[in-house]
Design a protein around this ligand. Structure first.
Ligand code: INI
Length: 156
């Protein structure tokens, strides 16, 4: 069979600029996501001088800032990091849904990859598990996905 041309992103972050939008809400979790994302990018060649971290109050505020940074022309990729943890009211659903939709829109409207590193969990234990303990680190996953997508986009 003839070989089919396949495009894949190399996980090389040299010469790329990144913005991280991270919430202050649940910062004891989110700080671990930031560490994971930064560590991943640096280990793949990114220059810390070409990274900017912006702290926002909560997940609801992430889309606006992600959109602004993605559209600024200064960054190859944006990584959104936060944690929405279910409480006793429907508030969780509204915040998680709006943040998710808004981040997707920020990416589609700007044409710049926006990584979805927003934990949405039923409780704090599940969030801790996904912030660098037994279920990995969602910040690392989001950074890896952005890097790969940036490198795919550059070839299209
Ligand atoms: N923001 C979060 O980032 N995580 C949450 O778990 C959360 N809960 O549960 O309420 C949360 N709420 C704040 C929200 O994102 C806004 O900052 C706030 O409503 C002001 O606009």
């Amino acid at each position: 069979m003839k070989e089919i041309r396949t495009i894949e992103g190399q996980l090389v972050a040299t010469d790329l600029s990144f913005a991280i939008v991270a919430t202050r809400f649940n910062d004891f979790i989110v700080d671990r996501l930031i560490s994971g994302a930064v560590d991943y990018l640096v280990r793949h060649g990114a220059d810390p001088d070409r990274m900017t971290i912006v702290r926002v109050p909560g997940a609801f505020e992430m889309p606006l800032i992600a959109k602004k940074m993605a559209g600024s022309g200064k960054y190859d990729g944006v990584i959104a990091l936060g944690a929405v943890i279910r409480g006793g009211t429907p508030h969780f659903e509204y915040v998680a849904a709006e943040a998710t939709k808004g981040l997707a829109l920020a990416s589609l409207e700007s044409g710049v990859p926006v990584g979805f590193g927003l934990l949405t969990t039923d409780n704090i234990e599940q969030a801790i598990e996904r912030a660098g303990t037994k279920a990995g680190n969602k910040g690392v996953e989001a950074a890896a996905a952005v890097l790969e997508t940036v490198q795919v986009l550059r070839q299209l």
